[in-house]
Design a protein around this ligand. Structure first.
Ligand SMILES: [Zn+2]
Length: 99
């Protein structure tokens, strides 16, 4: 399973759930899978953006992450109800779609 990657501003010590109020019903990403349960984000339920961390191929962002600074992190979409249980370690990071 692959998940669209959403670029977000994030900092290591900030809450991992950065948004929890998205409505995808009119959005091109409607129907993509939840990064936690793989169920479709079909526009019926609110959607969250959850921070994953720095892109594995971006040394500058990895350094900012390690230093606890703000940087451009990768985020993924989850159902609101799934977001608190999402574990980035379970995510297959490649291939991904950057938007
Ligand atoms: Zn879910």
């Amino acid at each position: 399973m692959t998940y669209p990657v959403i670029p977000i501003r994030w900092q290591r010590d900030a809450p991992r759930v950065v948004r929890d109020d998205l409505d995808l019903s009119e959005h091109p990403l409607a129907g993509t899978p939840c990064a936690h349960c793989d169920g479709p984000l079909d526009g019926q339920d609110p959607v969250a953006i959850v921070a994953v961390g720095p892109a594995p191929d971006d040394p500058a962002e990895i350094e900012r992450h390690d230093e606890g600074r703000w940087y451009s992190a990768d985020g993924v979409l989850c159902h609101d109800v799934c977001a608190p249980a999402f574990d980035p370690a379970t995510l297959t990071r490649a291939p991904v779609t950057r938007r």
